[in-house]
Design a protein around this ligand. Sequence first.
Ligand SMILES: [Zn+2]
Length: 649
Amino acid sequence: MSTASVVVEYHEEPDKSDGDSKLYRALTLSNGLRAMLISDSYIDEPSIHRTSRESLNSSTENFNGKLAACAVLVGVGSFSEPQQYQGLAHFVEHMIFMGSEKFPVENEFDSFVTKSGGFSNAHTENEETCFYFELDQSHLDRGMDLFMNLMKAPLMLPDAMSRERSAVQSEFEQTHMRDEVRRDQILASLASEGYPHGTFSWGNYKTLKEGVDDSSLHKEIHKFWRDHYGSNRMVVALQAQLSLDELEELLVRHCADIPTSQQNSIDVSQLNYQKAFRKQFYRDVFLVQPVEDVCKLEMTWVLPPMKDFYRSKPDMFISQLIGYEGDGSLCAYLRHRLWCISVVAGVAGSSFDSNSIYSLFNICIYLSDDGFDHLDEVLEATFAAKTLNEDDSNTIITNYYQIGPSDLKMECIMDLVELIVEEPFFNQLRTQEQLGYSLGIHQRIGYGVLAFLITINTQETKHRADYVEQRIEAFRSRMAELVSQMSDTEFKSIRETLISGKKLGDTSLDEEVLRNWSEIVTKEYFFNRIEAQIQVLSNLTKEDVLNFLNDNDKNNLRKLSVQVVGNHNQTSNSTAQASRSGSLSDLLDDGQDDMAYETDSAKPMTEKIKLEFLGESDDPSSIKDIYAFKKDLYVFPVFNTNPNIAKKS
Ligand SMILES: [Zn+2]
């Protein structure tokens, strides 16, 4: 089959980072199957198999060290399973692997993949089922043949059903003792009538065996496969060290004849997140005896689906504010009273927590015994923090000053500058000007490019964002002056402080791991960075620092100011709630008020969390379109700050 007759559309090449040398091609076939081809061909071959001639004998010739990977995402999951067969979607995922018309031997695909140095697996979510495998590239063609035939015409024979049912049962037995799985199932039991998330998506003997007629179940799994496992509902990703054309040829040969399905994916457009759970969800408190040795308080809010907001991620913003551990945070407040160990907040990644109908925002507080005894006060503090967020006056401004490709000397100079200006920075902006209690100045190296950041968290009701930005800039312009005002003795003493700090080494295993791991992630492998810095620092003079700052200010000043601006007009209501003391039942009443407000009010949550770009539209210095702005930028190549590794340019 020629590929030209089968490919109906080539899509725009996806955005990728400059450090990514892989090639991508996105396309749609005539049967509606969408695919992403990823060519690794320009990555250097691993040398492990070339070290000695002996290793190229017959036992290793099957494995040339190049791995290929393939995944099929089918747009169906437990949301589509019939009420009377809970766990059916998961069961079908298992049955698919039990042989195809062309390759009828059970588990033939699995054993082939294992023998070819790879692995395969699958998982079922609420709206998606994903199958994937990885194997030595020389076996990719046959692997795809075996795999795609499971998609095209799986046997799913009656006598395989009992074996796979026990597999599903044993998975259930392994997971049902996990607290988060049990929590999901409690919440699922509170789903409203007619909403698909009320299902028991794991499945077990109780839902797939007891009182279930095997021939009906057999008919049901084939119907489920026919209805949903169509090429028009599939996305394939294929990655190997082959050219894009070779990958396309493989894709077309193995996937162009996958049949389409008649049914479309489940329509959730009429379902509303505000009605997704019954009243009991908002009213009741569940006291659960945990399996793990842990004491925690969980509060869950139902939000609109966050994937509609994936570009702006408002939930991440709220989770940062609530999960923040610094001064003035909920966590700091509770820890100070020895009531909590940690606070975790956000929308979790599982499809029960976030799907096309709703997203669940969860605040989880790990309590001490004492915290459990003060549950009322813990709840009160949490609701106060949450209310502040709804009517949030918090403004966060980060000015990013880009310096350019970094080297060891610049890194050390900026370390010194940070230490020199830190105290005047706090004294000026926090103590004297009272711009905010949370502020900081830090250097940052990203992809070898050095910058420093100044961040201030303030309240819009106290100081407007524009004003705070001006004050940051005023301080920044005085940094060189602050250095020049130092006596030589002061300079040397600060330099010694920095050096002895670095000589202390890592204070915990965590710190050591993170430091080394970041060298691996950035591919700099500069594991003796600190020793090298100490060497450079010992020879740095005040003039070096001064020349660097002056030169940067004159010739190289680049600033990006990112401002998240809070609500200027704080309502009296939220202030009252935040300061009022209340009992557990009062607070739960508040929770219900919130819910009533969301249900009845003309202003749904989707509007409350809308992202709005501020600034004058004709002002060239403010960014109205982030993507257009980013496209226009000159991008530095990836630099390596490790002097032992030759610089790319
Ligand atoms: Zn499974």
